[in-house]
Ligand binder design. Sequence first.
Ligand code: T4K
Length: 400
Amino acid sequence: MSARRRRPAVLGGDALFSSPVYVTRPRLPDRAALDRHIDTIYATGRLTNNGPLVRKLEARLAHKLDAGFCAAFCNGTVALQVALRALDLSGEVITTPFTFPATVNAIEWNGLSPVFCDIDPDTWNLDVTKVSELVTERTGAILPVHVFGNPCDVGQLDELSRRHGLRVIYDAAHAFAVRCNGRPIGGWGDLSILSFHATKLFHTCEGGAVIAAGDARAARVRLLRNFGIVGEEEVQGVGLNGKLSELHAAVGLEVLDHVDQEIAERGALDARYREMLSGLEGLRFQKIADGTEPNYAYFTVHIDEASFGLSRDEVHEALRAENIVSRKYFFPLCSANDSYRQLPSAQPARLPHAHRVANGVLCLPLYGDLPADDVEKICECLRDIRASAADIRRRARRVT
Ligand code: T4K
């Protein structure tokens, strides 16, 4: 070990941080500015049901995201359930196992059948060649995820869906304000959904949205979001309650004012991570699609056990001992869920890249308020952990 190397906490050294450094922290709205929006709520007594703040937020988001329409929802999961319902699908929906459970569960909740497709080993998004092999007469749609905000191969997916007459619904939960080849990410597919959860770079505490390039489906999405109510004496179809409240919209309006700053701050930290971690053997980055204007929603690395000297789980534990709370997004794969694991498409042999990525992935802390010094310490710490890999292994063997 070099003289400069510190002793990792997992080997008995002092923890690097005295309090936890989380994978993310929400940008809190400025109190005085939030109060001004809340004054509107007090003045009108309007708390929910498509009130003025929700409508204002939707208009501002549609403009910001260059979308044909934006329908705000109570969360991203319900937005996805409604997006699938709005397209009157039947049969199978091809999707990725490397995602948050909400993606696949929304398919099942709509009475549709998920079919898992392997991912690209570098971009971690759906492998479009493999998607085309899974298309049958039962296929109704494709549900790709722009995982960690990295755009899918939208051009190829567009071509494939046109060729087979399939619908495409993008889970863009992580991809707020991402652009790809000069176009907004919501410009592809039939519909896209966003999550505005507190852990997202743009948030409304809880919330989400359905967006699309045009507004052809806006009325249907809004109808399904509000029980199917057309008017006081008419209800159409099987809607649900997916509405965002005025209080949540107030938070969103304030957070939106600072979202560009949040993205810029994250961008600087992302660059620092890349600079300091590049060349560290056994650690690699997600390959970002060419032509991407990123949002830096997450900073994820992949740990290769053979060349790093430790497994992802061992690195995760070693970081935890330092008070660095990294996360294993998205492990386990959705295909390992009890409800899906019996599906032919869920068999591990058919998803080799997804398994390899999920077994090695680690999300490191990234948010606008994170001090650059802390990023540097985290990177140094990862180097120290790697340099002490053999000792960490030996100690773990002694303990077990
Ligand atoms: N599709 C995809 C691809 C998704 O990733 C998600 C959600 C969805 C769809 C569904 O969207 P929503 O229905 O959620 O809108 C979090 C989020 O709850 C979830 O929204 C997100 N993806 C997923 C990737 O992450 P957890 O259970 O890992 O979050 P949690 O509570 O452990 O928070 C992580 C860290 O963030 C904490 O350690 C500290 C910090 N934090 C969290 C919260 C909630 C705060 O500082 N303040 C907070 O209020 O799921």
